[in-house]
Design a protein around this ligand. Structure first.
Ligand SMILES: CC(C)(COP(=O)(O)OP(=O)(O)OC[C@H]1O[C@@H](n2cnc3c(N)ncnc32)[C@H](O)[C@@H]1OP(=O)(O)O)[C@@H](O)C(=O)NCCC(=O)NCCS
Length: 161
């Protein structure tokens, strides 16, 4: 994997809205996710969303950044954090950056944060059956399938120090 695809996570910031509202308006990004924007998202709407999201103590929101340039390229979340478990969600906002290992690396860092900062021992993710890249990524990271229907696969990973 190229060095320019090394990543780090930092807490999401309100100013990130200036970048992420563009991603919200690209249907390509949301074609395989659980939910998708159903209207044009303005910078004001995105700013308000980040403000609300950061105020929610059950959810931990991170920005995915490239190490070589500090470029902000996507979001990674832990939600419903309680009793040693959490759900995860991720997206990379620029489709040109997909398939370069960024998502898998960001997820791995997210799980380290989940374990060391929030005592999470079980990470859960729900992925659409058609989202091959996301499924491959979590399988590589050691997730196992725990349930499935025609549209969704539920995967879990146990974390240990
Ligand atoms: C899903 C997503 C986070 C994966 O991140 P990524 O950086 O693109 O994925 P990676 O480069 O780490 O690749 C993971 C695996 O998927 C494979 N892959 C990547 N794109 C693929 C594609 N379009 N079709 C099939 N496999 C693909 C990779 O080859 C890799 O498998 P390998 O190691 O066996 O070769 C990213 O594509 C994305 O943000 N998509 C849009 C939003 C989304 O779907 N979020 C996830 C919701 S559950």
């Amino acid at each position: 994997m190229a060095d320019d695809c090394e990543v780090y996570l930092r807490p999401l910031r309100v100013e990130d809205a200036a970048t992420s509202y563009h991603w919200r308006n690209n249907p390509e990004v949301w074609k395989n996710t659980g939910s998708a924007p159903d209207r044009i998202v303005t910078i004001e709407m995105e700013t308000a969303w980040i403000e609300r999201a950061l105020a929610d103590s059950n959810t931990k929101r991170y920005a995915i950044c490239l190490k070589d340039s500090d470029r902000y390229v996507g979001n990674a979340y832990l939600s419903d954090v309680h009793d040693g478990q959490a759900e995860e969600q991720i997206f990379i906002g620029d489709p040109q950056l997909w398939g370069k290992g960024i998502g898998t690396r960001a997820r791995s860092i997210l799980y380290d944060i989940a374990l060391t900062m929030f005592g999470v021992r079980r990470v859960i993710t729900n992925i659409r059956t058609r989202n091959i890249a996301s499924l491959k990524s979590v399988l590589k990271l050691g997730f196992v399938e725990v349930a499935r229907d025609a549209e969704w696969v539920r995967m879990e990973k146990l974390l240990e120090r």
